[in-house]
Design a protein around this ligand. Structure first.
Ligand code: ZN
Length: 426
């Protein structure tokens, strides 16, 4: 009995295919695989007495040296199929599903569809930017066809798992969904003037009461929230502010007050990460310098980072962060609405599609950010297929009362779907 999958495929785009096979089989289904090269168009998976043929609707069309990451290769029309009550997009391939005696043919090209979502080559090919030189998320396929709120990659994995089902796989695959809180410290502290301008008509006692309630110094509360969630939260601190968008007028120096908050987080057992400043996104020198400054303060290696304003230019920013020694990156999410920008909530290694290599850096995509909350709760994913959920709560989340209420609702929603006890008193 072989406890690995044999994958037969044509001898091209092997680096790209191996990246996806690693993700599917080793990292998610927990099973090894062996590649056998052949001349066939499609992928053949052989496992035990099962044979699954997956349509190769994408890589089979190109020669190995072709530049496939171009706008013309992004699908123009997307069809959907129903699975576990959700509408699942067919990014590449079709909805054929044929059952033979010991052979199943799947028309959906799971391999290149997952590749499309994880590598974000779409963002490079579309090349539409917003005012912060970030990819304009309105141009993403998932936004255009309204599947941002579905972790499509996790659904594809579930479908494949369903057809390969076997006890060895089942054990690893049925893992729990994690809920992780992360905090960007854009405004490390505040003054009474931030909350009440001089013209305020409130009396002094009200001012002080409100000041305490609305203070940005919420570290204790956020530490407590993470502790109650039984998971380490990550607090991203800025050490350099040179651009206007870094609030360089307000916090000109990385001072002792900020260092005190950093130490508070560290001694609580949570993680301190780097909130790379506005101008780092295409500047490896600046990334390295900021990483060094934070490392000197915390006296340990900095492994986690998130870009301020989520400024990521794929694949270059990630290539630079990787070279600077960042291991875990948290910027991949949408800036204006909840969703799975990479089609999954799970973490995965990034693949540099231009240099054609899998990088050490792992992407931890976030799903939700407190800034989306403007008076009402947006539609939230219900965890039909389990995936990890990373939430961003800024330390000044309490600036508006209605927002605090809504954040609690978001947390309640995900706790409910995680089937854990509710812990909301932060
Ligand atoms: Zn920020």
């Amino acid at each position: 009995m072989k406890n690995y999958v044999v994958i037969q495929t044509a001898d091209k785009f092997l680096s790209e295919k191996k990246y996806i096979f690693d993700f599917i089989f080793k990292e998610n289904l927990g099973i090894e695989y062996n590649i056998e090269l052949n001349e066939e168009k499609n992928y053949t998976l052989i496992f035990e007495d099962k044979k699954i043929i997956i349509n190769d609707a994408f890589f089979s069309k190109f020669n190995d040296c072709d530049i496939y990451y171009q706008i013309d290769n992004i699908p123009q029309n997307i069809c959907f199929f129903k699975y576990k009550g959700k509408k699942i997009p067919i990014i590449y391939g079709n909805d054929n599903l044929d059952f033979g005696d010991k052979e199943i043919f799947i028309g959906l090209d799971i391999i290149s569809s997952i590749f499309f979502m994880l590598t974000r080559w779409e963002e490079f090919a579309v090349n539409k930017k917003d005012i912060h030189a970030r990819f304009d998320e309105n141009y993403s396929l998932s936004k255009k066809y309204e599947f941002c709120n579905i972790p499509v990659v996790d659904f594809y994995l579930d479908i494949l798992f369903f057809y390969l089902k076997f006890p060895v796989i089942e054990k690893k695959y049925e893992k729990k969904s994690k809920l992780i809180f992360t905090h960007d410290i854009d405004y490390p502290y505040n003054t009474i003037k931030d909350i009440f301008p001089i013209s305020s008509k409130n009396n002094r006692i009200d001012i002080i009461k409100n000041y305490i309630k609305k203070s940005y110094v919420t570290y204790e509360k956020l530490i407590k929230l993470g502790k109650k969630n039984n998971s380490n939260s990550i607090f991203f601190f800025m050490v350099n502010r040179e651009a206007e968008f870094d609030l360089n007028n307000k916090y000109p120096k990385f001072n002792n007050k900020i260092k005190k908050y950093i130490n508070k987080v560290l001694s609580s057992g949570h993680i301190v990460g780097l909130h790379t400043s506005y101008n780092t996104f295409l500047n490896i020198k600046k990334i390295k310098k900021e990483k060094f400054v934070l490392e000197k303060t915390i006296k340990r290696e900095v492994l986690h980072s998130r870009q301020h304003y989520l400024r990521i230019n794929v694949p270059f920013t990630l290539r630079m962060l990787n070279s600077a020694g960042i291991k875990y990156e948290y910027s991949m999410g949408f800036s204006k609405f909840p969703g799975f920008r990479c089609g999954t909530g799970k973490n995965f290694n990034f693949y540099d599609f231009i240099e054609r290599k899998k990088l050490k850096i792992k992407i931890f995509p976030f799903y939700f950010m407190d800034t989306y909350l403007n008076g009402k709760l947006p539609e939230l994913y219900d965890n039909t297929i389990k995936t990890d959920i990373i939430i961003i709560i800024h330390n000044n989340y309490n600036a508006k009362k209605e927002k605090v209420k809504l954040i609690k609702e978001v947390i309640r929603h995900f706790k409910k779907h995680k089937k854990r006890k509710l812990c909301l008193n932060f």
